[in-house]
Write a protein that binds this ligand. Structure first.
Ligand code: FAD
Length: 457
């Protein structure tokens, strides 16, 4: 009844082409469990309707009408969430930003680009690259994810170590609130402002719970002219971590670093020892030479052995072949999950060991590959690719064992994938007490609970 009246009003005001006819691709996102259940014909979720507005004012109109009819909305960008965050549920309307994909303004003086939230990352990056610029934000979902979805999930890309993640790239946001009001998080765009808390952070990582991001102003950079790409073998995963820590603390932060443990190195690179991939970039060859020379000294002094560029290039060129990887895993009658945690340097070795041990003890021990790929002055993320027999019950045993071991070892339960349906139940322990604040903000902004409420307990 509510939905019928709502649609009548929406079509009357916005036209019937606001409704997307082909809704199959909105029936789930890339959460591996949803994909598995779908294969087993056990995933039944389907949105009642998918709406594709063309402007912030249309988004605002839809949100207001949803409030009037007490309906809920799930914002949808590229649908590449790996946690079920953009999957349909509870009869919620899906609102896709896919038609709001324009690049609105490129300001070379200010080094900013203003985009509609539905623009796909690779489309924006191609557009910028053809003009000599970049946002240097390349997650593996580069060809799938939208800017708005990236902002909403606190996304992180392969250059995060050198150039930061989406929170460092985002300067200002236009958001449609659950009331339907359209606001900018800052009325004046500036590189930084201390006129009150920076409310962009309320929406970055909020998974659509507090508002729908409709535009973003992002910082851009000229593409660096020179680069050195290299691969090393290191004696152990722990030793590899301490090498990267030393590079960073000595002011030699690479643009990209990726350290695979012995299992991942064997499977992905055919190498028995952990493989470390490193990229340095600069606009000056002499600066690059110095950076690279100093980095080499440190890596070799720590028993890292230079093994050329080939493995780096191999990794880079196969980075977006994830559908082939999934087909291969499927053909072995296995399925997968990818889980990402983060911890400070002192805790990383125990996080690594304890999660491995916990997963080894799960009934029907899974295959577990680990790499570290986002590094900070204070620590890093560990990313696990887990292969297991196709069994949803076994899946949850693995996830439970993983989360428990991560928490006991002092790691946060996600570095960039977010909460979604996968991690909701752990919110009460991570972030813990501050969920009280998240809940209060949600109630204040969205008393009718119109928007996605994943991150709310
Ligand atoms: C193969 C693959 C590789 C991946 N690699 C990475 C990686 O390297 N790094 C990484 O960080 N993530 C990665 N991901 C996860 C995923 O791509 C990211 O989380 C991405 O940021 C999601 O963007 P999206 O546009 O697809 O969002 P969606 O899946 O559409 O939505 C994700 C969440 O954001 C909300 N949302 C979407 N758009 C908006 C909006 N405009 N306003 C408010 N809320 C919104 C949705 O409601 C949902 O809660 C990967 C996923 C896949 C499938």
């Amino acid at each position: 009844m509510g939905l019928e009246g709502f649609l009548r009003d929406i079509i009357g005001s916005l036209g019937d082409d606001i409704i997307i006819a082909d809704i199959d691709k909105y029936s789930r996102d890339w959460w591996p469990l949803a994909m598995l259940l779908d294969k087993l014909n056990a995933w039944t979720a389907k949105p009642p309707v998918v709406l594709a507005p063309r402007s912030a004012s249309e988004v605002s109109y839809i949100v207001r009408k949803a409030g009037e009819y007490s309906l809920c909305i799930i914002p949808h960008g590229g649908g590449s969430s790996v946690t079920g965050a953009s999957a349909p549920r509870d009869d919620c309307i899906i609102l896709t930003l896919s038609r709001m994909n324009k690049i609105l303004d490129f300001n070379i003086d200010d080094l900013t680009v203003t985009v509609e939230a539905g623009v796909i990352l690779s489309e924006l990056e191609d557009w910028l690259n053809s003009r000599g610029y970049t946002i240097r934000h390349v997650p593996q979902s580069f060809h799938l994810a939208s800017i708005g979805g990236c902002i909403a999930t606190l996304c992180s890309g392969q250059y995060s170590t050198g150039y930061g993640s989406i929170e460092d790239i985002t300067v200002n946001l236009e958001v449609v609130l659950p009331s339907g009001d359209i606001i900018w998080t800052r009325s004046i765009t500036a590189p930084r402002s201390s006129m009150g808390p920076d409310l962009k952070y309320l929406f970055i990582g909020s998974e659509g719970a507090y508002g729908i991001v409709t535009k973003a102003i992002l910082r851009v950079l000229p593409i660096p002219r020179y680069r050195v790409e290299a691969s090393f073998e290191v004696p152990s995963f722990e030793r590899g971590l301490s090498i990267i820590r030393e590079l960073i603390t000595r002011g030699l932060t690479p643009a990209l670093a990726r350290l695979s443990d012995d299992i991942e190195s064997t499977i992905r690179f055919g190498r028995e020892k952990p493989v470390l991939l490193i990229l340095y970039e600069s606009n000056y060859l002499d600066i690059l030479d110095v950076l690279w020379g100093k980095a080499m000294e440190i890596i070799e002094a720590n028993s890292g052995e230079y093994i050329g560029e080939e493995l780096y290039k191999k990794w880079l060129s196969s980075r977006f072949n994830y559908e082939d990887d999934i087909r291969l895993i499927d053909s072995m009658d296995l399925w997968f999950e990818t889980l990402d945690v983060a911890a400070t340097w002192s805790k990383l070795p125990q996080v690594y060991r304890n999660i491995r041990k916990a997963l080894d003890e799960v009934r029907e021990k899974p295959i577990v590959m680990t790499h570290a790929s986002h590094f900070y002055i204070t620590g890093a993320t560990l990313y696990y690719t887990i292969l297991y027999r196709k069994d949803p019950e076994l899946y949850w045993n693995i996830v439970e064992a993983f989360m428990k071991a991560a928490l006991e070892s002092g790691a946060t339960l996600s570095h960039h994938h977010g909460v979604g349906l996968l991690r909701r139940k752990w919110l009460k322990v991570d972030p813990g007490q501050s969920t009280v604040i998240l809940n209060s903000i949600k109630k204040a902004l969205d008393p009718k609970n119109i928007l996605n409420s994943n991150i709310i307990t």
